[in-house]
Each structure stands twice: as structure tokens, then as C-alpha cells.
Design a protein around this ligand. Structure first.
Ligand code: 4AD
Length: 436
């Protein structure tokens, strides 16, 4: 009866669900994703980290005892199965494994996750829920998104760098800072690597980094996390238009990479890859003033000088199919480091995702005038001494430069068509949750 030879090589599901393997003997190992059994025939759906495969066992072809054991395998047990791969159009991915033998690695306890459980319960049990199809698909999409980004940065000659996460000064204002006790003195968790990336362009000209960023967001929304993955870049000798051109190329490269390489996951998540492939650079650019008029014309009230909230961004983007840049926000509501040419607006842009998803990138040309930066810092109530190191960049070889920050989970929420940002990350950190 023992057909599983110890020397036989294990296959992975993604490499064998191809016509040339039909009729071949294979050995797989993984976890029982689903199980269903009858008097004469039983099925498990095996999940092995690369894909899933239906495995069918017939009572007539296993011993009575073995068939009984197969029928009693619980969800999420780990198992080795051996058999012949067959083409079967009724099976979910067109193939099934005809089981000739199997070996339980570990018989799971009764799995606590069943159908229709509350979001709160699924968050409590996230360490098990990450095995779900939805979360494995989003993780795969995220990995491809970053692969697309890294390829693009490499092609454009940007160097990947690793800025610190513990910092002594704020980049995006005090209200969302997480403070920690750093050997008896206050320090902060980074909100953005920008100020450090600005220092690094003087050594490398064009740099990028992927780091966790932290925001003590006190409101509960569907698009804010307290900890998110921030993809940031900074380039010397580049103005606002130049950085927007770069963002268009980067975002297109990222989403096209996913659309080409993760079609199955996207479709399962409710996003047609063809719609992503139809998105082409350059994206439309409008000024803040025009955006304010459009938002008001859609019946959502906003005054000149107000920053955009979720409702404003939704009104502006819900009928769009491609991202849009909004440029030149009033400088009073923007960060101290943004350049002004007219004294009234900032040389900045937000890139908003279509279909109501809203901001995915915050970006600007940086102010070079040390006097204006100092005034802005004082306006914000900052202590200039904390920023002396940053001001040195305007004292030693200052050049025109620009940069941006892209929220990976914001892009994920858009391209995976997800209502809530928490499903774009394995372990979401929000105001009321930091476990598991
Ligand atoms: O617009 P923000 O605050 O810009 C900066 O941090 C700049 N210093 C970046 C730079 O120029 N290097 O944040 C940038 C992006 C936003 O557009 C958004 O996509 C994302 O970071 N983001 C968040 N994502 C998830 N949860 C939050 N709480 C986020 N806050 C910002």
C-alpha cells in the first residue's frame, strides 16, 4: 500500500497545473483548505503556498481504514498526498489530483474560523485568518507591486537606501507623532523618511526607500493605519513637473506588473487586470483652485484654504478611471519643507486614485531658501535647533530637488478594490489594536 517513497521529490502546485503534467505521478505537501466526504468519494482542497488543488480519493482505491482516515481530516491539517494529476474541467483550476496515498503530518484541532464570522473576531484571530484566500491574494499582489517598483527605480538609476526609523525631529507635524522613551529622552517613530532622503541625495543624487511609517491617527477611517509601508523617493535637479512625470511612470509600472503577473489574484479580489493595463501615463494634472470648484460643483462643500478630507477626494475622483494630480495647495496648510514661488501656494502635488479611493501619493519640490524654511518652522511652533542638521543641506551645495511618499497600502486598497485598508496588510495596526 505504501506508495509514498521517501526519496520522491515534492512538487509545488503552481508548477504542475500545466498540460504536460496531466497523467503524471506527483507528490505534494501542504494544508487542507477545504474538506468534503461522502460514502464512496471524498475531496480535499490542498493549499501549498503557491496555489490550491482539488484532491479526490475513492473508497474503492484506498483501503477502508485509509479512506476513513481521509474522511476525518480536519481543516488546516498538514498533509502529504501522492497520486496522478488529471485534467478535469469541473475542478476550480482545471486539474485535480487522483489520490493514491497520503500521510498526515499533523492532524489539526477543530479550526476556529467558520463562515460568516465578524470582522472583530477575524482580527482577533488574524494569525490564522492570514491563511485565507483573500489575505493570501492581497499578500501576493503586494509583493508584485514592490517588484514592479524596484524594477522601475533600478531602470531609472535610483539607489535603494535605508534611513532610520527612530528620529529626533518631526517631518509631518506633531499631532500624529508616536513618542517613545529613548534612554530617558524623548524620541519619535518616523512619520516619513523624507528629511533623511534629502540628506542622501547629496551623496547619491537619486534615492528611494521602503520603510514603515507611523502615524498616531486618532480617527477611525477606512484608509488610515497607525503603521504603514511608505515608499519614498528623492531626486536632485528635479522640479515639480519632473517629479510628477516620475510618479506617473512609477505607478503605471507598479500596477501593470501586478496586472500581468497576478491576474488570478486580482480577478478573485474583484478587479479586472485589463482595467489596470488600460491606465496609461501621463495622468491628468489640475490645480487646487480648479479641484475646489469641481468638489463644490458635485455638491460637497469646501472653502478655499481647507485641506481635502475623504469626502472631498471621493467627490473629485469617484467618476474617474485613472489617477489625477492636484497641485499647488495653499502653502499655509502644507508642510514646512515645500517650495513656494508665488508666496501663496506650494509647489506640491497629491496623486489621487480613481473610483473614489483618493490620495496615494504626497509630493513636492523642496524649498531651498533657508529663510523661508525657518519662517515655516517657526509658524508650526517647531524648535529650530532640532532642524539645524536639515538646514545644513541648504548651506552646503544646495540644489533644486523634489521627492514624494507613496502609501503602499493606499495603492493596494485601490487596485485590490478593498473597502477597508486593514485587509491590505497582514497585521493591521489601528487605534484600538496592536495584537496579534
Ligand atoms: O502626504 P504624506 O503625509 O507625505 C509625507 O509623508 C511626505 N514626507 C512624503 C515625501 O515627500 N517623502 O504621506 C505620503 C503618503 C500619502 O499620500 C498616503 O498614501 C500615505 O503616505 N499615508 C498613509 N497611508 C496609510 N495610513 C496612514 N495613516 C497614512 N498617512 C499617509
Amino acid at each position: 500500500m505504501k506508495k509514498i517513497e521517501s526519496g520522491t521529490k515534492f512538487s509545488s502546485i503552481d508548477e504542475i497545473i500545466k498540460p504536460k503534467f496531466a497523467g503524471k505521478k506527483v507528490k505534494l505537501r501542504g494544508w487542507v483548505h477545504r474538506q468534503r466526504s461522502g460514502k464512496k468519494i471524498a475531496f480535499i482542497v490542498l493549499r501549498d503556498g503557491t496555489d490550491t488543488l482539488q484532491c479526490t480519493a475513492k473508497k474503492s482505491e484506498l483501503s477502508e481504514e485509509k479512506y476513513e482516515e481521509f474522511c476525518n481530516i480536519k481543516y488546516e491539517s498538514s498533509i502529504i498526498v501522492f497520486g496522478t494529476l488529471q485534467k478535469d474541467d469541473r475542478a476550480p483550476n482545471g486539474y485535480e489530483l487522483h489520490v493514491e496515498d497520503f500521510e498526515l503530518i499533523h492532524l489539526a484541532d477543530t479550526f476556529p474560523i467558520t463562515k460568516d464570522q465578524s470582522d472583530a473576531f477575524l482580527l482577533d484571530i488574524r494569525h490564522l485568518w492570514i491563511r485565507s484566500q483573500k489575505l493570501t491574494q492581497t499578500s501576493r499582489v503586494k509583493a508584485k507591486l514592490m517588484e514592479g517598483a524596484r524594477n522601475f527605480f533600478k531602470k531609472e538609476g535610483y539607489l535603494e537606501v535605508w534611513p532610520p526609523i527612530i528620529t529626533g525631529s518631526s517631518c509631518e507635524g506633531g499631532s500624529t507623532l508616536f513618542q517613545l522613551d529613548y534612554f530617558g529622552k524623548p524620541a519619535f517613530l518616523s512619520q516619513s523618511a523624507q528629511l533623511y532622503l534629502e540628506t542622501l541625495i547629496f551623496a547619491h543624487k537619486k534615492v528611494f526607500a521602503l520603510t514603515p511609517s507611523f502615524r498616531a491617527e486618532k480617527s477611525r477611517t477606512t484608509r488610515h493605519l497607525a503603521e504603514y509601508w511608505h515608499l519614498e523617493a528623492e531626486a536632485a535637479f528635479l522640479d515639480l513637473n519632473g517629479i510628477m512625470d516620475f510618479e506617473d511612470g512609477l505607478v503605471t509600472a507598479m500596477i501593470h506588473k501586478v496586472a500581468r503577473d497576478e491576474k488570478k489574484s486580482l480577478i478573485a479580489l474583484g478587479r479586472n487586470p485589463k482595467d489596470l493595463l488600460a491606465i496609461k501615463a501621463p495622468f491628468e494634472r489640475i490645480k487646487y483652485d480648479e479641484a475646489v470648484d469641481i468638489i463644490n460643483s458635485k455638491g460637497v462643500k469646501i472653502e478655499w484654504g481647507e485641506d481635502f478630507g475623504t469626502g472631498h477626494e471621493r467627490a473629485l475622483t469617484k467618476d474617474l478611471k485613472s489617477p489625477i494630480h492636484v497641485t499647488h495647495f495653499p502653502r499655509e496648510i502644507k508642510a514646512f519643507y515645500m517650495k513656494t514661488i508665488d508666496g501663496k501656494t506650494a509647489e506640491c502635488n497629491d496623486l489621487l486614485a480613481p473610483e473614489g479611493f483618493g490620495e496615494i501619493i504626497g509630493s513636492s519640490q523642496r524649498e531651498e531658501d533657508i529663510k523661508i524654511i525657518t519662517e515655516n518652522l517657526l509658524r508650526d511652533g517647531s524648535d529650530i535647533a532640532d532642524y539645524e542638521w536639515y538646514l545644513d543641506l541648504r548651506r552646503f551645495g544646495s540644489v533644486q530637488h523634489s521627492g514624494f511618499g507613496l502609501g503602499i497600502e493606499r495603492v493596494m486598497r485601490w487596485i485590490c478594490n478593498l473597502e477597508h485598508i486593514r485587509d491590505t496588510i497582514a497585521y493591521p495596526r489601528v487605534m484600538n489594536r496592536n495584537t496579534p
